[in-house]
Design a protein around this ligand. Sequence first.
Ligand code: NDP
Length: 390
Amino acid sequence: MDGVSARTVTILGATGSVGQSTLDLIERNANRFDVLALTARRDVQGLAAAARRVGARRAVIADPSLHNALKDALSGSGVETAAGDEAIVEAAALGADWTMAAIVGCAGLRPVMAALRQGRTVALANKEALVSAGDVMTRAASESGATLLPVDSEHNAVFQCFDRARPGSVRRVVLTASGGPFRSRTLEEMRAVTPAEAVAHPNWSMGAKISVDSATLMNKGLELIEAFHLFPLPAEAFDVVVHPQSVIHSLVEYVDGSFLAQLGAPDMRIPIAHTLAWPERMETPCQRLDLVAVARLDFEEPDLVRFPALALAREVLREKGAKPAILNAANEIAVASFLDSRLPFLDIATIARQVLEGYAPPAPASLDDVIEIDAEARRRAVELVGEYRL
Ligand code: NDP
């Protein structure tokens, strides 16, 4: 370790797509990192194998009925085990120097808040938590002095290009969107798309939920809201442009007409490495961008008729208050229902709109308020999905 002590790290959602990319970087730099805790929901074998490989001090499984299976899988390893949602929050509060927040959905909210309250560095992949808890979360970070680093490739790109010392010199932030697997399909063709087609993203390999969000463009809508909380600009200053090659990960436009962009291969290990080494840089095994092979970069306006989720998220960003939490919760239920073949693809955005139209609580002032709004919006979405007979 060259006399320098290793940085302690915790990965929330270690068995997922982002979690595994993070583990890959940590394993390649084993002497630089000391893993405090890894967490998962149900993937006992994936969690135990990762905990053994990196010599984690603790492994936590969310589903308590799997605690014995986890103990068996880790017997003789010296890795401590724990189970249940509270145990995940406790793992997040161990005070790691760097925490990767990569649980999918609002399930990650309490663990992220626990990590932020430790006042260290939190690398945020879990956009749903920030969308739902926006001001509550950014306030917790500023109160504890925590550093929140965006992992989402677009926000990480903006973070790398944004002059934080002179936010007044920034005119606009432009998030790029690949357009997803249905970019060129007609509305009629999109009526019948299957879960398997929706999760087959053209450029990125990701978990099922974010893949569906990319197919509806709800992902880009959630990202607009996420960007609003990460960068000090008014809501109207955030734009989206479709860029099918996913080479430019986002752009920052300055008042003088300059655009700064971050480019790279579509590999999440690049933005993750940026947050892991920040403010330094680290080597990654990622493929280098070959500009000549890329040859051309295309840009299009997003189609808000075929992708109403993006229009809906824009409205929600304008109105703020409780709406982002409601949008996110309803979308989570609608996506899970679509993946279970209980809801047609095009009705994901319909469910979100209906829940937003029927439920108007005051803006959340605390974490408990966010959790209550999230629960009620989910309940309403489940009820609406229940009316479908596929
Ligand atoms: P995955 O579905 O691949 O992984 C999710 C992780 O969270 C798994 O470790 C899973 O455990 C765990 N998990 C799921 N539900 C719960 C729960 N209720 N309680 C505790 N743990 C839970 O997701 P991704 O890695 O694709 O995405 C993670 C987050 O990062 C999402 O918010 C996504 O929007 C964001 N993101 C992802 C990108 C990507 O390239 N994948 C890019 C940018 C952002 P188990 O495996 O046991 O189910």
